[in-house]
Design a protein around this ligand. Structure first.
Ligand code: NAD
Length: 282
């Protein structure tokens, strides 16, 4: 379905004003599973919707219990060659902007700036009562203190954190409330069934309208919130380039598609650009 030559992508990027739109596929090489790739997490569990989360205390307990265990994987993950290449493209002035659907903060950890986090970041928590946002790390310390017995038992049954926990174990998990108003805490990320804040969407449309090309990196584009930018670009005649292993919903709109692992593909891309322009610190 896709080519294996990154050369045409390098030519487009060299011309500048490219908007990167990244997805979970750029972070799999950092050990964070995607949703719909070869080993995607949708194969083993269904993500909770916004409706479920807000409607039921039991659902929130299940969410936080699983998240408290899984959070360690994300908190420990380090950026990979793909994230580093994107940061290098930005530092060399090739990019108009970076939009990510990821909630892991790895673009920024690799040195990228002004990243639009379409779906928020797991680093933050928001209170559904008073709107106060706070650091996930602080909440995690409170959860750890309140759930020592749960964590010991859950880790014993499920050392890799990849199977569902039995209900009787989940029931022993204690969810802690907002320290300001006692309200319900939610990770500051966009759940399925929840809308991306309008102002954030508008910022993305403006970037796309000001771009020479859109470069999709590691996204199946199944989720409408990212897909609409690809459609918007294509309708305006702006080239859409996709680097992704496997098919995407955006393929009919793509002017060029590369089917390669991102770490390798983007390292090759930055090398081609460096060869073309000479060293950056001459
Ligand atoms: P997706 O799982 O739907 O698609 C990822 C795509 O990347 C797949 O087509 C897969 O084959 C491809 N891929 C995986 N590893 C790759 C690699 N090394 N090189 C090239 N391609 C690779 O992901 P999505 O489109 O981003 O949608 C998932 C949604 O879930 C996002 O909106 C995001 O909010 C959330 N999510 C985020 C993370 C994260 O922050 N790291 C992880 C899982 C899910």
């Amino acid at each position: 379905p896709g080519a294996t030559d990154i050369g045409p992508v390098a030519q487009t990027v060299a011309a500048g004003r490219v908007v990167v739109l990244s997805g979970a596929g750029i972070s799999t090489e950092s050990g964070i599973p995607d949703y719909r790739g070869e080993t995607g997490s949708l194969r083993t569990h269904t993500p909770m919707t916004y409706g479920d989360f807000t409607a039921s205390e039991a659902a929130r307990r299940r969410y936080w219990a699983r998240s408290h265990l899984g959070w360690r994987t994300i908190a420990r993950a380090a950026p990979n060659d793909g994230h580093r290449a994107v940061a290098a493209l930005q530092a060399r002035g090739h990019l108009r902007g970076i939009i990510t659907q990821n909630v892991d903060g790895l673009h920024q950890a690799a040195g990228a700036r002004d990243v639009i986090e379409l779906h928020g970041n797991l680093d933050r928590v928001i209170c559904l009562g008073c709107g106060t946002t706070s650091a996930r790390e602080v909440l995690d310390r409170r959860l750890r203190a309140a759930n020592q017995a749960f964590t010991a038992e859950a880790t014993r049954i499920n050392p890799d954190g990849d199977v569902e926990l039995p209900e009787d174990v989940v029931r022993t998990f204690t969810v802690v409330p907002c320290t300001v108003c006692g309200g319900v805490l939610k990770p500051d990320v966009v759940f399925f069934g929840e809308n991306v804040p309008r102002s954030r969407v508008e910022r993305c449309y403006r970037l796309i309208e000001d771009a020479n090309a859109v470069l999709v990196l590691g996204s199946s584009l199944t989720v409408m919130s990212g897909f609409r930018f690809v459609r918007h670009a294509a309708k305006a005649g702006t080239p859409v380039l996709i680097v992704n292993q496997g098919l995407t919903r955006g393929d009919p709109y793509a002017t060029y598609r590369v089917d390669l692992p991102l770490g390798r593909a983007l390292t090759a891309l930055t090398e081609l650009l460096e060869e073309a322009s000479g060293p950056s610190h001459a």
